[in-house]
Design a protein around this ligand. Structure first.
Ligand code: SF4
Length: 389
């Protein structure tokens, strides 16, 4: 099982409780980005194109724990940037585990060997290693040779020390389903506990704008991958219904509040992928965001999105409504033939708003005064900062 039984039971009972309380909007996974600085610059990443002053900001241990308390989701995914560049990451993880949160620490693995002894194996903790395919796929995706080998070495090391390890695989329109299938086989052979996969979101600030998948191609790609995977024992950390959605068999609408994101600037509106402003508190995010402005069919920037950030929570809600359906898909796997579910109508979606420069100017105003003055010094020590901020 990709997710341990106890975790599945706890998360399941949390979801059922929210439904019994008739809570319409509730978080499933807290996405925590305690920093935006990274030690890679991947072609499909839209998270790190900020001035150094912003990249040098950190959430403190207390801010991370406060975000967790505000949100209350049973699962926390710590991402970034590269979380292992944060000096206080071990204390953040320890604090979350002490609260019995199921924590996924998302990392590219480059610093794992150096940092691994700062962490202890726990049923509440899993490394989540970024791997976008086999050696040539992954190294091309992260724009650096040798990163795949180091990520694989990190997986082996973490497994040898008794940690749970999953991989996080983002696919683009140049993915060959046969290679992806062979890659999934290879990570299973490495002993990873689970695979999380999704199409890349078309970040407007990503360096490579040519290889994002549209919805039609996403569905065709995943159908083909799942067809090749029949009979293989791939363990996914995602809901069977989300996988069925990727294969074009569910007409789901986005649930953007399912995976709320806390960054160094507050709670990002509306979701992990799309930054259209920040709320000061989790409550303000949930109550004051105009949710119906977002999601496929509502907004141009959401038109091609099929990412778990918005659709995994929809799949979970569907599982509560139709338990027999999830049971059937779990048994047979996603449907890989026949007519797909109808696509969402895009004719009424509102136009995209592009205000990156205004947003950055606004964010810069919020920075502590001394961090702007440090700009020159920061540039001089940039290389060192990348090794360990
Ligand atoms: S569809 Fe949902 S998850 Fe995707 S970018 Fe839009 S709001 Fe975010």
């Amino acid at each position: 099982m990709a997710v341990p039984l106890m975790q599945a039971v706890r998360v399941g009972s949390y979801v059922v409780k929210q439904h019994l309380k008739r809570r319409e909007k509730y978080p499933l996974v807290l996405m925590l980005e305690p920093l935006l600085r990274c030690n890679l610059a991947c072609s499909g990443c839209g998270k790190i194109d900020y001035p150094a002053e912003i990249l040098n900001q950190r959430l403190s241990v207390q801010e991370c724990l406060d975000a967790d308390a505000e949100c209350g989701a049973p699962v926390v995914a710590v991402a970034g940037g590269e979380p292992l560049l944060h000096k206080e990451m071990p204390q953040i993880i320890e604090g979350l585990i002490a609260r019995k949160r199921y924590v996924y620490l998302c990392t590219n693995g480059l610093l794992l060997e150096k940092k691994i002894d700062d962490y202890k194996p726990s049923p509440f903790f899993s490394w989540d290693i970024h791997l976008d395919g086999d050696k040539s796929m992954h190294d091309a995706s992260v724009c650096q040779q040798g990163v795949y080998d180091r990520a694989v070495a990190a997986i082996k090391l973490a497994k040898s020390k008794g940690f749970r390890v999953s991989i996080n695989c983002t696919l683009f329109d140049n993915a060959d389903p046969y290679r992806v299938a062979a890659f999934f086989d290879s990570v299973m052979e490495l002993g990873v506990d689970g695979i999380m996969t999704a199409p890349g979101y078309a970040y407007e600030r990503a360096p490579d704008q040519e290889h994002f998948l549209n919805r039609q191609n996403t569905k065709k790609l995943f159908r083909e991958i799942f067809r090749l995977g029949k009979g293989h024992k791939w363990r996914f950390t995602q809901s069977p219904l989300f996988l069925n959605f990727l294969a074009g068999n569910e007409q789901y609408h986005c649930t953007p509040w399912g995976k709320p994101l806390r960054t160094v600037f507050g709670w990002q509106r509306p979701c992990y992928l799309l930054g259209e402003g920040y709320a000061p508190t989790f409550e303000a995010l949930m109550n004051e965001t105009q949710w119906d402005q977002y999601g496929t069919g509502n907004y141009e920037k959401c038109a091609n999105c099929m990412v778990h950030s918005g659709y995994e929570a929809t799949a979970v809600k569907d599982a509560i409504k139709r338990p027999w359906h999830i049971a059937q898909v779990a048994l047979t796997g996603p449907k890989v033939e026949g007519v797909m579910a109808p696509e969402i109508d895009l004719s009424q979606q509102r136009q995209a708003k592009y205000d990156y420069n205004e947003q950055v100017a606004e964010l810069m105003k919020k920075l502590p005064k001394d961090s702007v003055k440090k700009r020159t010094a920061v540039r001089r020590v940039k290389k060192v900062a990348v090794q360990e901020a």
